[in-house]
Design a protein around this ligand. Structure first.
Ligand code: CP
Ligand code: NVA
Length: 334
């Protein structure tokens, strides 16, 4: 039966089948081709979406806004301080208020239970723009990028380095398990993902032909990898005091040229961004002043190398977020 996602929430990839995930990647590729060819895709004219951001964003916010506009929709951005959400108005009440005015709601914030609660009470599709636990729209962009680079997703070996118990790493584990990838998470044991999620992903990987490996050995993880992937060591919402401990625990998992060379010249470097690879940020400079490190989770050499596909990956956020809104709001029916 043809995939039909109209009316569905997009909260985490555990809720979607491999077929549905790949359908969204295909739709994104089609929307990307149309955008490049100057073909308008504004069939959702007359609809409006609300974009709630309780944490800051560049890529996700811009992607939702540009994608909504390209689809013919209006968008309203609610910033971390500019709404009543959670402070003067409950999530359940907010969901019902916004459902009366908008056709879809994006939420970026803290616990996954908040976006799940929003979806429970909303009568329109709710899209997860990042929680502490999951970052599902990032995963679609990553799949599209991997397919553009290698022509396939199944069988790809993706090695992730660094904080493996947070949104990006955990979502990579889920999406890899669903789509038959070999996911290797390299980190200090302290930062390994929740064992229950690992077990669930291993069961899914057994069905899809993929695998999940946890290791403390960064060099072993890099050998033979198609993709080397990392994320920041301190995520949004975590206290600045934690930097010292993270640097101590995770420095040996920084993605360096040595690791890229172990993977080979065909391997690519990916990062959800933003990245600390030089002194071009105020946080980067503060860390440098305190700890003397000019680059953190990835070296500038790797970030700026020909093997780095991070800006292609960032652009794909927009095309894939467009696919999520299009599919759940009924674009395919047009
Ligand atoms: N990768 C990502 O989600 O970026 P932003 O925080 O800029 O949205
Ligand atoms: N782990 C990062 C991802 C940013 C896109 C964070 O939550 O800040």
């Amino acid at each position: 039966m043809a995939v039909n996602l109209k009316g569905r929430d997009f909260l985490k990839l555990l809720d979607f089948s491999e077929e549905e995930i790949l359908y969204l990647v295909d739709l994104a590729a089609d929307l990307k081709a149309k955008k490049k060819a100057g073909v308008l895709t504004d069939q959702l004219r007359g609809k409006n979406v609300a974009l709630i951001f309780e944490k800051t964003s560049t890529r996700t916010r811009c992607s939702f806004e540009v994608a909504a506009h390209d689809l013919g929709m209006g968008s309203t951005y609610l910033d971390p301080s500019g709404s009543q959400i959670g402070k003067k108005e409950s999530i359940a009440d907010t969901a019902r208020v916004l459902s009366g005015m908008f056709d879809g709601i994006e939420y970026r914030g803290y616990g996954q239970e908040i976006v799940e609660e929003l979806a429970k009470y909303a009568s329109v599709p709710v899209w997860n723009g990042l929680t502490n636990e999951f970052h599902p729209t990032q995963m679609l962009a990553d799949l599209l990028t991997i397919r553009e680079c290698f022509g396939r997703i199944r069988g790809i070996r993706l090695a992730y380095f660094g904080d493996a118990r947070y949104n990006t790493a955990d979502s990579l584990m889920v999406v890899g398990a669903k789509t038959g990838m070999h996911i290797v998470l390299a980190s200090d044991q302290k930062y390994f993902p929740d064992p229950a999620l690992v077990e669930e992903c291993r069961k899914l990987a057994a069905e899809s032909g993929g695998s999940i490996t946890l290791t403390e050995d960064a060099r072993e993880a890099a050998k033979g990898a198609d993709v080397l992937y990392t994320d920041v060591w301190v995520s949004m919402g975590e206290p600045a005091e934690i930097w010292e401990e993270r640097i101590r625990d995770l420095s040996r998992y920084a993605v360096t040229k040595e690791l890229m060379d172990l993977a080979g010249e065909k391997a690519v470097f990916m990062h959800c961004l933003p990245a600390f690879h030089d002194l071009g940020t105020s946080v980067g400079r503060e860390v440098y002043e305190k700890f003397g490190l000019k680059e953190l989770e990835v070296t500038d050499e790797v970030f700026e190398s020909a093997q780095s596909v991070v800006f292609q990956e960032a652009e794909n956020r927009m095309h894939t977020i467009k696919a999520v809104m299009a599919a759940t709001l009924g674009y395919e029916a047009c």
